[in-house]
Design a protein around this ligand. Structure first.
Ligand SMILES: *Cc1c(COP(=O)(O)O)cnc(C)c1O
Length: 448
């Protein structure tokens, strides 16, 4: 039996001691896999249009500087939605001209900073446009500026990730009374407003609904350009949201399928009059991340076998709290990192946190697990281990990139070390231990 790249990486990770009693949970990123997804995305759109396309990776999906650097070198930009994400993109060397700022709650200071840097900004609403008016009037900026609209085309299977519902908090709700007219007028009043942005949602949105959202935005852009008598909107940002298959290793749907569907649904958007921006996150990273965790104990409770592992809510908050919407596969390995075979037993796979719901899987058929075994949780490269949840003060796990080498071995590099206990204490107010037991120092203003 030939081993998959993942099986080889698990084996090598165990041999390299990346997983140990001292570090019982760790995460792996498949460097070549990430590169391949970036290349597939780029060629998917190049196959359907000659227009310039900026693929701005949604930093939210995997906010790790080495990942952003890798994607930058692969030709991608960055979509950021907070000062922290912008700082990560800058630390990775993503140029301002390849960075897009979207967020529903940008402060005046964030807007000023983005315009000073020349980063593209998509305003979320008409109040934000009024703030941009003042900033644009005060100082010339290189920032391309746009507006996010909500085409209100409806929800997918996961409400929390559906951004184009009738009452979504994002963008200007186009079908609300008077909204479309107000948006058209907002563009006609602002010759510098040259972009239109729409993002219909993430995991759980059918491709056809995503394309419908883009089509609604495109119709608006055409209307505005016709009324303006020129190609005022010269760039269309279609957002991200390509769903990921969590049920197997198959990558479906593909970026190429989506690009072809868009080109067939909205041909005018691809005929060269509009530059394009995309903001994919999950679809670029999810398949390339794997969590590895040691099994600490195995027990039965009410007859149900339970493997107590070190991977739980701290690396998979969504799966633990909303298991129906976010099922994850679990793969069983022995203590040496070899795939476990043998008759499967229906069991629960629990995490280390102190609440009963901290389960990565319930009633899952897996080979019997033993203490010291390793469970692998694939498809966790986006919105999982990089989205640590600090329950029980569990440390952020290390993240290692891996690459198969020519001699058949696996090379690892540290993307992020495990969070230390000192770091946990420091971020938990360790430097202010007396803050609540000492009388506060008199306020300088009161003394004066
Ligand atoms: C979250 C988000 C994305 C990325 O979504 P994915 O499902 O990870 O592709 C892109 N654009 C905006 C505005 C977002 O909020």
């Amino acid at each position: 039996m030939t081993l998959s790249v993942r099986d080889r990486a698990v084996r090598a990770a165990v041999e390299h001691g990346l997983l140990s009693p001292a570090e019982p949970v760790t995460a792996l990123l498949d460097t070549a896999g990430i590169r391949a997804s970036a290349a597939a995305l780029t060629s998917a759109f190049a196959a359907v249009t000659d227009a310039p396309v900026l693929h701005a990776f949604a930093v939210k999906a995997c906010p790790l500087v080495p990942v952003l650097r890798l994607l930058h070198e692969a030709g991608l930009g960055a979509e950021v939605a907070s000062p922290g994400e912008l700082a990560l993109a800058r630390a990775a060397g993503v140029p301002a001209a390849r960075t897009v700022l979207d967020s529903p709650a940008k402060t005046p200071e964030e807007l000023r900073h983005a315009l000073a840097l020349g980063i593209a900004v998509n305003a979320d609403n008409l109040q934000e446009l009024a703030r941009l008016d003042a900033l644009v009037a005060a100082r010339p900026t290189a920032s391309p500026l746009g507006l996010r609209v909500n085409p209100q085309v409806g929800a997918g299977t996961i409400d929390a990730l559906s951004t184009a519902t009738p009452t979504s908090k994002f963008g200007v709700a186009l079908r609300d009374e008077g909204a479309r007219e107000a948006v058209v007028q907002a563009y006609l009043d602002r010759p510098w407003l040259t972009r239109l942005h729409t993002h219909t949602g993430s995991q759980g949105i059918p491709l056809a609904l995503m394309a419908e959202g883009v089509a609604a935005g495109y119709a608006l852009a055409e209307e505005i350009n016709a009324k303006a008598g020129r190609q005022q909107i010269d760039t269309f940002d279609i957002g991200g949201g390509l769903p990921v298959n969590f049920a197997s290793d198959e990558e479906t749907p593909t970026h190429a399928e989506y690009a072809r569907l868009l080109a067939a649904t909205v041909p005018g958007l691809f005929d060269g009059r509009y530059a394009l921006v995309t903001e994919f996150g999950r679809s670029l990273l999810a398949k390339h991340g794997t969590v590895l965790a040691r099994v600490e104990y195995t027990k039965t409770s009410g007859g149900r076998p339970i493997a107590v592992t070190h991977a739980g809510v701290q690396i998979a908050a969504r799966t633990v709290y909303v298991p129906g919407a976010w099922p994850l596969r679990i793969l069983a390995y022995d203590a040496e990192g070899r795939r476990r075979t043998g008759d499967e037993v229906v069991q629960d796979v629990a995490g280390p946190a102190c609440f009963a719901g901290d389960l990565l899987a319930t009633g899952r058929a897996l080979p019997p697990l033993r203490p010291g075994d390793v469970v692998a949780v694939p498809d966790t490269g986006a919105y999982y281990f990089a989205h640590h949840y600090a329950y029980n003060s569990l440390p952020r796990p290390a993240v290692h990139g891996f690459t198969p080498t020519d001699d058949g071995s696996i090379a690892f590099s540290t993307v992020r070390p495990t969070q230390s206990l000192d770091e946990i204490v420091a971020e938990s107010g360790g430097a202010h231990a007396d803050a609540l037991v000492r009388a506060p120092a008199p306020d300088a203003a009161m003394e004066a």
